[in-house]
Design a protein around this ligand. Structure first.
Ligand SMILES: O=C(O)/C=C/C(=O)CC(=O)CC(=O)O
Ligand SMILES: [Ca+2]
Ligand SMILES: [Mg+2]
Length: 414
C-alpha cells in the first residue's frame, strides 16, 4: 500500500492549509548548529522544509525560506508575507505539486523544533483587566486593585530577550532574594512560589524608524504573527523586588514560547471586538474608528502534568495588540525584526479562566486538588503545557500549537 501523503489530512485538522504556521526545525542526527536548521511550515502532523520545497519548485522565495531562522522572512514585510503564504497555500492544495513536494515533508515526531526567530527586544504587558485586578488584590490588598493609570495606557515592562526559550526547554527553578511582610530581613534561596503566566506573544516582523510612533492602523504592517508564551514568574521574589521599577529577577530567568508562529493572516476569522472600555482613552490609543476589530478570539488551555487547570479566553483582553504596539512606540522607540511582546497574563472573569497559579490558588491559600495531589505553586518535575485554538474558516479550528516546560531543580551552591 502506498504511504499516505502528508497532504491527505483528516477533515477539520487544525493544522490544515488554512493555518500554515512557521517554525524552525532540524533533522535527526544533524548537529545542532545553525547550518542544519531550516524554516518549516506545519501541515497536519508533518513539517514542510519550505526552503527546499521552494527551490525544487523554482520559487523566487527559495532564498528567503532556506534560512536557519524566520528573521529574513519577518523582515521582508507585509506584502511578501502575503505572497509567500499564497504560494505555500497553492503548493499544499494543488494536487499536481503532491509528488514534487513529498521528499520535503518530515513527520513532526522525527524532527527537533528550535526557537523560531532571533528575539530582539522583549516586552511584557499587563492587558487583562481580570488578571490585573486579581494581582492588585493579592499584592496591594490595602489599595484599589487597578492602579489609576491602568485604563489610560497598556502597562508594560522591558524583559530579557536572551532568556526566551522554545517549548520543551527545561526551566531551572530560579534562586533569588525575598522578604515576607512579617520577616525582618530578606533571605536568599530557590523560589518556593514558582508560577506560570499564560500569555500570547506578538512577533514583530518589519522594523520601524527611531523617532516615529507606529499608529494603530499600522499594526499589520509590522506584526507578523502570534505565538503562545509562558512568562514563568517567582511570586516570592517579585513582591520584594518590584518596587518602584517593576519585575526584575522574578521574571527574567526564562520565558517560553511555542515553536510555531501563526501568521496574522491565518487568524482573520478570529478577530473580535474587545470588551467595552469604560474610560475614554487619549486619541493615539482610540481604536473606535478602526476598520477591523482589534481583539483575537483565542481559546487557551493550561495543563499541569496533563490535567487541564484553566481555560483563559484571549478575547477578553482589555487592551489589543495594536494598542500595545502603538503605546510601546509612542515615545519614538523603534521596532526591530524579532521584537517580541507578550500580552500579559490572560485571565477571564471565571475562576477556571485564570492564567496563573497565584490567581488559581489565591496565593497558595486555596490549593488545586489534582489526581496527583494538592498543588499551590510548581514543584520540581512538574510540566506545564499551554495550547490554544482559534475559529477559522468554515467552522474549522486554527491550532496554535503548544508551549510546554518542565521544572528542573534549582542550581544551588550550598
Ligand atoms: O500587579 C503586579 O504588581 C504584578 C503583576 C504581574 O506579575 C503580571 C505581569 O507580569 C504582567 C502580566 O503578565 O500580566
Ligand atoms: Ca507576564
Ligand atoms: Mg519572563
Amino acid at each position: 500500500m502506498p504511504e499516505q501523503s502528508p497532504l491527505d489530512l483528516p477533515e477539520g485538522d487544525p493544522f490544515g492549509p488554512h493555518n500554515l504556521p512557521y517554525g524552525v526545525f532540524s533533522l535527526p542526527g544533524s548537529p545542532s548548529g545553525d547550518d542544519h536548521r531550516r524554516v518549516g511550515v506545519r501541515l497536519g502532523s508533518h513539517v514542510l522544509d519550505a526552503g527546499a520545497a521552494a527551490h525544487a519548485l523554482g520559487s523566487p522565495y527559495a532564498s528567503l525560506l532556506a534560512q536557519p531562522t524566520l528573521n529574513p522572512l519577518l523582515a521582508s514585510g507585509p506584502q511578501t508575507w502575503s505572497d509567500v503564504r499564497r504560494a505555500l497555500t497553492a503548493w499544499v492544495t494543488v494536487p499536481s505539486h503532491q509528488e514534487a513536494l513529498r521528499p520535503f515533508f518530515h513527520a513532526l515526531a522525527d524532527v527537533t523544533l528550535h526557537l523560531p526567530f532571533d528575539v530582539a527586544d522583549y516586552v511584557d504587558f499587563y492587558a487583562s483587566e481580570h488578571h490585573a485586578t486579581n494581582l492588585g488584590r493579592l499584592f496591594r490588598p490595602d489599595s484599589e486593585p487597578l492602579l489609576p493609570n491602568w485604563k489610560h495606557l497598556p502597562v508594560g515592562y522591558h524583559g530579557r530577550a536572551g532568556t526566551v526559550v522554545v517549548s520543551g526547554t527545561d526551566v531551572v527553578r530560579p534562586c533569588g532574594q525575598r522578604k515576607a511582610p512579617s520577616a525582618t530581613e530578606p533571605t536568599f534561596g530557590p523560589s518556593v512560589k514558582l508560577d506560570i503566566e499564560a500569555e500570547v506573544g506578538f512577533v514583530v516582523g518589519a522594523p520601524s524608524e527611531l523617532g516615529s510612533a507606529v499608529p494603530l492602523s499600522s499594526f499589520r504592517d509590522h506584526v507578523f504573527g502570534l505565538c503562545l508564551l509562558n512568562d514563568w514568574s517567582a511570586r516570592d521574589i517579585q513582591p520584594w523586588e518590584y518596587v518602584p521599577l517593576g519585575p526584575f529577577v522574578a521574571k527574567s530567568f526564562a520565558t517560553s514560547v511555542s515553536a510555531w508562529v501563526t501568521p496574522l493572516e491565518a487568524l482573520d476569522h478570529a478577530r473580535v471586538t474587545p470588551p467595552a472600555r469604560d474610560v475614554a482613552v487619549l486619541p493615539y490609543l482610540d481604536d473606535s474608528a478602526e476598520d477591523e476589530p482589534g481583539g483575537y478570539d483565542l481559546r487557551i488551555s493550561v495543563s499541569l502534568n496533563g490535567e487541564v487547570i484553566s481555560e483563559p479566553p484571549f478575547g477578553s483582553m482589555y487592551w489589543t495588540g495594536a494598542q500595545m504596539l502603538t503605546h510601546m512606540t509612542v515615545g519614538g522607540a523603534s521596532l526591530r525584526t524579532g521584537d517580541l511582546y507578550g500580552s500579559g497574563t490572560v485571565s477571564g472573569t471565571e475562576t477556571h479562566q485564570r492564567g496563573s497559579l497565584i490567581e488559581l490558588t489565591w496565593n497558595g491559600t486555596e490549593p488545586l486538588e489534582l489526581p496527583t495531589g494538592k498543588r499551590t505553586f510548581l514543584e520540581d518535575g512538574d510540566e506545564i503545557t499551554l495550547t490554544a485554538w482559534a475559529p477559522g474558516p468554515d467552522g474549522v479550528r486554527v491550532g496554535l500549537g503548544e508551549v510546554s516546560g518542565r521544572i528542573a531543580s534549582a542550581r544551588t551552591t550550598d
